[in-house]
Design a protein around this ligand. Structure first.
Ligand code: FES
Length: 306
């Protein structure tokens, strides 16, 4: 056992290790609490034996984050984090089984900035991030939240501004109009993520003949990956741009038959656009987290294979 104690001002810092193979525990004990002079707490942190590395679910998730591009897929399944889908190029030496163009080519690695770890996420995250950043709902929220302008719909412009109001018709906010183009890209992503969700129900299983066969199954991961494009679809297809595309150019919607029904569906989603926005944002984050936890072996993915 290794024990180290430092006492001072009623606090004890103790580092112990029961044996060389076990994790080391760092325990902070406020002894003042024992004597009743002050509130106290004990904090236990687990470190990997023989290292200064903390480990545990949250820490490993952070440590394996997007920049390091570890554990974004679960080998032996089709589980793939939505933050990385589609994988255009694999990290050299890492075969994900999802890359469209194989390993990153030499020319790409040659131009890649050395201080940024190579990650397949960099090639795709700009699209959903751009779509959200330019979303009408988010714009309304962060304009008010971060620079208080406009204050609100019914609040007039301050007198000093007069005709100087630039709005979104002039630089720099005119760039927000790019949202309509992000919509087309986002719609494609819904298709790609739906494909990932469907594939997550197929698992390679070794048959009696020793050959791997693909079998249908349902895992918790399959369900997590399925809910993801549903929520993202609810957000994307309730977009104001889509609503305009479906019915915005017509005067008498009632005469449009099927298109009118479609317009009503989009309008229905659009009415709860904020809720879809937050639900899909939280769930896409959780889906990424789930895949990472399973890939790291921290969480077990329960599944039934038929
Ligand atoms: S307005 Fe929110 S996604 Fe288009």
């Amino acid at each position: 056992m290794v024990t180290h104690e430092e006492a001072g001002f009623g606090n004890t810092f103790r580092l112990t290790s029961e044996n060389a193979d076990a994790s080391e525990r760092v325990v902070f004990v406020d002894t003042a609490s024992a004597t009743g002079f002050a509130g106290g707490a004990a904090i236990t942190m687990i470190t990997k034996s023989g290292t200064n590395t903390f480990h545990g679910s949250a820490w490993e998730f952070h440590d394996n984050g997007a920049l390091q591009a570890k554990n974004f897929f679960v080998p032996g399944t089709h589980y793939l984090s939505p933050m990385y889908s589609p994988v255009l190029w694999d990290i050299p030496g890492q075969h994900s089984g999802h890359a469209w163009f194989g390993e990153a080519p030499k020319w790409l690695l040659a131009v890649w900035p050395g201080f940024v770890p190579f990650s397949p996420a960099f090639f795709i995250l700009w699209a959903p991030a751009g779509f959200r950043f330019t979303c009408y709902y988010y714009r309304g929220a962060y304009y008010k939240a971060f620079w208080g302008d406009p204050f609100n719909c019914a609040v007039g412009e301050p007198g000093f501004r007069k005709k100087n109001y630039r709005g979104e018709e002039k630089l720099p906010l005119i760039f927000q109009n790019i949202h309509r183009y992000f919509f087309y890209i986002a719609a494609i992503f819904i298709g790609l993520l739906s494909y990932d969700a469907v594939m997550s129900y197929f698992f390679p299983v070794a048959g009696a003949d020793g050959v791997a066969h693909t079998r249908f199954g349902i895992g918790i991961g399959s369900l997590v990956l399925t809910i993801n494009p549903i929520l993202l679809g609810g957000y994307t297809f309730g977009c104001h741009v889509y609503r305009h595309l479906v019915g915005g150019r017509h005067d008498e919607l009632s005469k449009l038959g099927g298109r009118k029904k479609m317009y009503d569906c989009v309008s229905c989603l659009n009415r709860s656009h904020m809720k879809w926005a937050w639900a899909s944002l939280v769930w896409v984050g959780f889906t990424d987290f789930y895949v990472r936890m399973v890939a790291a072996g921290t969480w077990h993915d329960y599944r039934i294979i038929f």
